[in-house]
Design a protein around this ligand. Structure first.
Ligand code: 13P
Length: 253
């Protein structure tokens, strides 16, 4: 068993209608075995309050949102606030997913504001970073990810930083079936941890959960999670099937 908190978060993205989401959450709740690994169901907004009710009382099972707005409330048609999320019992918010950065033009500056808003509400950010294939091929991926982390997180106090979960998700591995090799994941996670240590000290860096995301499935999770600096996963497609998602949770060390 690793000493650092292991976390598996399922990012349902824009999948599952209300009934399908209920069914998936019920199946996960029924079959998940008690363990020290935290499991987070990051559902579309419509499911959050129901899923939160279904998981109430189940230890180490949490809900998460996939995004939130940076303002408290007001005339922002189509958006959701941290207070709204908090009012249904949500614990985590994914921020800076590459799909949000790319399709919704979320900048580093905007993400830093969202991080602040989430933390101020007492919620926990799962902060995503990761490079495109071009950047990986140019061999500048580590500098790219470091810049994302500095811009999104390094304004935080040590106390606030301690609440952050980081997810490294190489864009070329998301939804492509092409996962990073365990060595590629480990190299990046170690680089991220070294960067965190340079800013917040070795102890804080050591305590930070860094998740890997990008085509994690029941077959490759164990070898990825066995890497010393990989503390679980942020799972897309494979989180939509209860069987496979549970296999992934059980692959944590
Ligand atoms: P896939 O697991 O479908 O590749 O998605 C990864 C992801 O983007 C999770 O946030």
């Amino acid at each position: 068993m690793k000493t650092r908190q292991q976390i598996v978060a399922g990012n349902w993205k824009m999948n599952k209608n209300y009934g399908e989401g209920r069914e998936l959450a019920l199946e996960i709740v029924a079959r998940l075995k008690l363990s020290d690994t935290k499991v987070v169901l990051c559902t579309p907004f419509i499911h959050l309050s129901l899923v939160q009710e279904l998981i109430n009382g189940v230890s180490n099972l949490y809900t998460g949102a996939q995004n939130c707005h940076q303002e408290d409330k007001g005339a922002y048609t189509g958006e959701i606030s941290v207070e709204m999320l908090k009012s249904v019992g949500v614990s985590y918010v994914i921020l800076g997913h590459s799909e949000r950065r790319e399709y919704f033009a979320e900048s580093d500056e905007l993400l830093a504001k969202k991080v602040d808003k989430v933390l101020a509400a007492g919620l926990l950010p799962i902060f995503c970073c990761g490079e495109s294939l071009d950047i990986r091929d140019a061999d500048t991926h580590i500098a790219h990810v470091e810049a994302q982390i500095k811009a999104g997180l390094f304004h935080l106090s040590a106390e606030d930083f301690a609440k952050v979960v980081i997810a490294y998700e190489p864009i070329w591995a998301i939804g492509t079936g092409r996962t990073a090799s365990p060595e590629q994941a480990q190299d990046m996670h170690a680089a991220i941890r070294a960067l965190l240590a340079s800013k917040y000290g070795a102890e804080a860096a050591d305590a930070t959960s860094i998740l890997y995301g990008g085509s994690v499935n029941g077959g490759n999770a164990a070898v990825l999670f066995a890497q010393p600096d990989v503390d679980g996963g942020l799972v897309g497609g494979a989180s939509l099937k209860a069987d496979e998602f549970i296999t992934i949770v059980e692959a944590t060390k």
